[in-house]
Write a protein of this length. Structure first.
Length: 563
């Protein structure tokens, strides 16, 4: 643009000089030689022409500066660091595939355009997007990816992709002396999200499922001729936000799970590590549970909420967790009242939903801080004495996610509870039962802490995850110990379970039209120690595991919602 203006200036000057020369030439032919008056008139005309040329040059320079300032104005007005947090390349199960930024067009000449109005969902949906549909005012965006994963373990843990943290075998068993290696496509995920406006509120409907639901009854040909795995629901909810308040109802990630970004329920805004293991990381406190939550947004930096989520009277047995020993008189009666890994939560009586509260403070996209709390109540009935027993348990959480530098983050997520072991992948029971039939709560603690960073198109990570299950012992009416962790208890009554894991996600290529291709590698070392070690038995169980994953992520992005 500067070159064009300079050329225009030179051309205008040249035209003016040529015009003046022609006047002088004509005057020279028409004037008598030596006429002083005529010569003086020509000199005055030359001076006037030079003055006009200078005024024209100054006018063009002024216009050039105005155009340059107008072109620079939009870039200067753009916000610098208040945009939504940039998603990392390695986010597992992100509902928003990571795509390259759109090209920035050159600023047009002329005065700056007026600020655009916020786009409606219908307008955004009409823009080119590979896998986005529009029905009326609603934008429908498919989400998901296709996975193929190889899992190798140093022991035969009897699982596929996932790790049961509380039950990998000891080396004095046959399973502890054999390795396993399996390929699986079970973690492939498919779903959709619907974004719409209704009566001034932003409405989000979200569904996703995968194939980690196990094998149908009688399908004994799995891994032989047909690896037929069941499709299962992961999340299915609706979220409505209008102004200050937000309401979510359905099955979603529990509100107790730490966030990466405010209190958003979307997978990309949650912290469940970036590992390949579909059971995530030992020590993570989480769940995907039906319920309803109410969230307040005093500002774009602070949020608070309360949730009512499905409860269960958990007494061990899930994810390989140890099961406390019941009193002899109640051993055949109480299993119908408690969730012990055999009975599922749908058949267990519950007093009320678990109550979860959380407060989030996020001054910018470099620092996220949150504290939370849990209340869960157990109620049992002893038919031998016609007595009811009620006991309330609780937990507290603290999570910090901080960027030390542009591409390096430190994370720590901590959980302390009395009767909240259910949220640690069931690694610790919520309670034991005393001889009179009353519940007694079990202490449980955990942490997941580590580092995440990005380097070009690679996103490495290192995490440590630890779980501690407290001992809780009672003496039965027959004089024998019962409960969790007593002398002579099973070696599944774990005192501690620990994991050290590292890996990376490598984005091979990504394109807004065609999606993304990624490979992931993870190594994990696990070790657990029971409360009681029999003479001559191993003091602990150890396992190494390696995952290799190749993933194709669907293209397309959801519309940007204005609040």
């Amino acid at each position: 643009m500067k070159q064009v203006l300079n050329r225009a200036l030179r051309a205008a000057s040249l035209l003016a000089v040529c015009g003046l020369a022609s006047v002088l030439y004509a005057a020279d032919d028409a004037s008598p030689a030596g006429d002083p008056g005529q010569i003086q008139a020509l000199k005055q005309q030359l001076a006037d022409q030079q003055k006009q040329i200078e005024e024209l040059r100054l006018l063009l320079l002024s216009q050039q500066k105005q155009i340059q300032n107008a072109a620079a104005t939009p870039a200067a007005a753009a916000p610098a660091a208040t945009a939504a947090p940039v998603k990392g390349l390695g986010e597992v199960a992100s509902a928003t595939p990571i795509l390259p930024p759109a090209p920035i067009a050159a600023a047009p000449a002329g005065p700056p355009p007026p600020a655009p109005e916020p786009q409606k969902v219908s307008e955004i949906a009409a823009q080119p997007s590979p896998l986005q549909l529009r029905i009326g005012e609603a934008a429908i965006t498919p989400v998901g990816f296709m996975d193929i994963t190889n899992t190798w373990r140093s022991t035969n843990a009897g699982t596929s992709l996932q790790t049961n943290f509380g039950s990998f075998p000891y080396n004095n068993t046959v399973q502890g002396r054999l390795t396993e290696d399996k390929w699986s496509a079970e973690n492939s995920r498919i779903g959709f999200r619907v974004d719409a406006k209704a009566h001034g509120a932003n409405v989000l409907g979200y569904f996703e499922g995968d194939f980690v639901g196990g094998v149908a009854a009688g399908a004994n040909n799995t891994q032989v001729s047909s690896n037929s795995m069941l499709f299962r629901i992961r999340q299915y909810y609706v979220d409505v936000r209008k102004g200050f308040w937000e309401v979510l109802a359905g099955q979603a990630w529990s509100m107790i799970l730490p966030n990466r970004n405010m209190m958003s329920p979307l997978p990309a805004d949650l912290f469940y590590t970036q590992v390949v293991d579909v059971n995530y990381t030992n020590g993570l406190f989480w769940g995907r549970i039906p319920g309803i939550r109410f969230i307040g947004h005093p500002s774009n930096k602070v949020a608070f909420g309360i949730a009512l989520e499905n409860s269960t009277q958990y007494m061990g047995g899930s994810g390989g967790g140890g099961v406390p020993t019941l009193p002899a008189a109640l051993a055949s009666i109480y299993p119908s009242e408690v969730d012990n890994g055999t009975n599922n939560g749908r058949s267990i009586p519950n007093v009320h939903p678990d109550i979860i509260a959380k407060v989030v403070f996020q001054p910018n996209n470099r620092f996220h801080f949150e504290v939370g709390g849990l209340e869960s109540t157990t109620k049992l009935f002893n038919p031998l004495t016609n007595q009811y027993f009620t006991k309330a348990g609780g937990a507290g959480t603290l999570a910090i996610n901080a960027a030390i530098s542009k591409n390096f983050r430190v994370v720590t997520n901590n959980f302390i509870s009395d009767g909240g072991g259910r949220y640690l992948f069931g690694a610790v029971p919520n309670f034991i039962v005393r001889p009179d039939g009353s519940p007694s709560l079990v202490h449980a603690y955990s942490t997941v802490s580590g580092f995440e960073w990005t380097w070009k198109n690679v996103a490495p990570y290192i995490y440590y995850g630890g779980v501690y299950g407290g001992r809780n012992v009672a003496i039965d009416t027959n004089g024998k110990p019962i409960g969790y962790g007593y002398t002579g208890s099973a070696n599944s009554n774990n005192r501690s379970i620990q994991e050290i894991t590292a890996g990376w996600t490598h984005t091979i290529w990504r394109d807004g039209k065609y999606g993304a291709l990624q490979n992931m590698v993870q190594y994990a070392y696990f070790f657990r120690n029971p409360w009681y070690v029999a003479p001559g038995a191993p003091k602990g169980a150890h396992e190494s595991a390696v995952w290799f994953n190749l993933r194709y992520v669907l293209p397309g992005t959801a519309p940007t919602v204005e609040y």
